[in-house]
Each structure stands twice: as C-alpha cells, then as structure tokens.
Write a protein that binds this ligand. Structure first.
Ligand code: COA
Ligand code: MG
Length: 294
C-alpha cells in the first residue's frame, strides 16, 4: 500500500469518489471528520458502502477508522461495519500494544459472529496522537498478528502537548513531531509492519506534498495518508519503486547469487554488502506486492 485516502463516512458522494481515486486503501472515517450527532448516520452509510464496494473486482483495500477505545463509541462502530467485512480497522489514539490487542479481541468476537476468517481483519494503528502513545510505541511489536501498519499523526499530538503549532515558519515539522515521526519508523520496523507517513493537510499544495513524500520515502516510509483525491497520484508516484531503483536492486541480488560465499561485492565502484542485499530484497518484495492483485 502506498496511498491511504481518508473519506468521511457520512458522505456517500465522497465515498463513491474515493472508490475511483486510485488510492491503494480507503480509510472510511467514523472518527474526527464526523460530528457526534452524525455518527449513527455515518455508521449506516459506511456499512452500506462497504457491502457494495467490496464486490468490485478492482478496488482499494477498505479500512474503517473507528472512534478510539476511550470514547465509548468503538463497539457501536464495529457492530455497524463488521458484518460488511472491511479489510481492516484503523485505530486512532492508540496507546501501545495493549490497545492493539484490545481491538484484536473485539475483532475476533465479531469475526466469529459474522463468519469471517479468524484474524482476517487487519489493524493499522495511529500511534502518536498523544504523549502516552509516543512513549508506548515500543510495545507495538508482537502485540497482534493483525497489525499491518503503524501511522503517525501530528495534529492531535499538538493538541495533547499544548503546542501552538506543529510546523515552523519554513513549513517543516518542529522537533517534537520529528521525534514522533522517527519513533514511528522504528516502531514499524520493530513490528515488521508498514510505516505510514502522516497527512499533508494543505491539499491544494501538491508541490509541498511531493517534497514531503520524497523525504518520507528517503527515511523509510512506504506509504502516506491522504485527505483529498488530488493527493493520491502524487503519493502513488512517490512510493512506487522506480524502474531504475528496481534494476539496481536486481543487480545486487544477482551479484550475491553469483557469489554465494561473498559477504561483499563491488558494483559500479560502490561497496555493496549484506545490509544492501537486505534493502534490495525488500524493495523487490514491495514492488511485487504492489503488482499482485488484492
Ligand atoms: N474523498 C473522496 N472525495 C473527496 C475527498 C475525499 N477525502 N475530498 C474531496 N472529495 C471530492 C469532493 O466531494 C469534490 O467532488 P464533487 O465536486 O464531485 O463533490 C471533489 O473531490 C473536489 O473537492 P474540493 O472541492 O477540492 O474539496 P472540498 O472543499 O469539497 O473538500 C475537504 C475539502 C478537506 C473537506 C475534503 O477533502 C475532505 O473531506 N477530506 C477528508 C477529511 C477527513 O477525512 N479527515 C480525517 C482525517 S485527518
Ligand atoms: Mg485526528
């Protein structure tokens, strides 16, 4: 997955648009983009949408962002949508592995009730939305076999720590958010799941988005969340391994295959050793996963 597009769950029009957006996943939102009085209607619209959308042959993965575990709304969200068999659930305001296991238990019960394969519903955690979540990032590893990705968010975190802003005058994230971002990379790598970059809220500034995507890819993120369909092609392009990068990766794999005893080889005047091989194999695996059907 490269692009994950948020779509407010109470907007059938946007849900329909999302389906044709080219996003690798839709994050149908029941949380912050839906007002409290609209939650019930959003659950209903979301369930109807999922039931139809999942039948399409070429479709994005369908995730639902439920309300966080402390809101008292999570169970009603799951009761409304699980019968429609979403591919996964996104958990906001996650505080470490305990929250992921807790959600996993709730999903297991619904899977049994609705005849869905045990463990068939994935979880993506947004895990830096408050200070406690940031400190608990290290506990996400091995929390649940359902965990498929760790995302970070800077908007709620700013509210939690009482910051005036999360970006400096240069438009770049300030230190507290860069720490949360970096720790998310480590947490995802430790859990062996996808690291997912936060949203770029200025949805008219596609240049700025492209620059942020390049930085994210450079640092190891493999995906980014979007809030507007126009962001999807920019994100997809940035996170699709380029032909050049793939060719280089294949060259590295071939060089080690031809020299099975070698710990290090030289390619194009560069020293290439085992960590490079691992990187090359990961890139090839990611390109193959992107090419594979759902
Ligand atoms: N998913 C699907 N379709 C979307 C969309 C989204 N996230 N955002 C916009 N669109 C659609 C609009 O409905 C519009 O289509 P239409 O003219 O056929 O109705 C088209 O794309 C262009 O939209 P535009 O006018 O540029 O934006 P807007 O002012 O209508 O909407 C937002 C701006 C921010 C309200 C909207 O992008 C949005 O709802 N984003 C998601 C917010 C969200 O889920 N946040 C939670 C996570 S942080
Ligand atoms: Mg939020």
């Amino acid at each position: 997955m490269r692009s994950l597009l948020f779509v407010p769950g109470d907007s059938p029009r946007k849900l329909e648009k999302g389906l044709g957006s080219g996003a690798d996943a839709l994050l149908v939102d029941l949380e912050d983009s839906v007002a409290l009085q609209a939650k019930a209607e959003a659950r209903k619209a979301t369930a109807e949408f999922l039931a139809t959308a999942r039948k399409e042959t070429h479709r994005p993965r369908l995730y639902v962002r439920v309300n966080g575990l402390t809101t008292g709304l999570t169970d009603a969200d799951l009761d409304a949508v699980m019968a429609s068999g979403p591919d996964g659930i996104m958990l906001p305001k996650t505080v470490g592995g305990i929250d992921v296991s807790h959600l996993g238990a709730k999903l297991a019960v619904r899977e049994a009730e609705y005849g869905i394969e045990d463990g068939g519903t994935a979880i993506i955690a947004i895990a830096t939305e408050n200070a406690r979540g940031v400190f608990a990032l290290g506990t996400l590893a091995r929390a649940s076999h359902r965990l498929a990705g760790v995302a970070w968010g800077g908007e709620d975190l700013a509210a939690d720590i009482g910051a005036e802003t999360n970006r400096g005058p240069d438009g770049l994230y300030t230190d507290p958010y860069r720490i949360a971002r970096s720790l998310t990379l480590f947490a995802a790598a430790a859990a062996e799941v996808d690291p997912i970059d936060s949203v770029y809220t200025n949805f008219r500034d596609l240049e700025g988005l492209a620059a942020e995507c390049r930085e994210a890819r450079r640092d190891g993120f493999t995906a980014k969340m979007a809030i507007h369909p126009a962001q999807v092609p920019v994100i997809n392009e940035a996170f699709t391994p380029s032909g050049e990068a793939l060719a280089h990766a294949r060259e590295i794999v071939a060089a080690f295959a031809q020299n099975p005893g070698a710990g290090v080889v030289g390619i194009g005047g560069q020293m290439i050793d085992r960590p490079h091989l691992r990187q090359a194999e990961r890139l090839i695996a990611r390109a193959e996963a992107l090419a594979a059907p759902l």
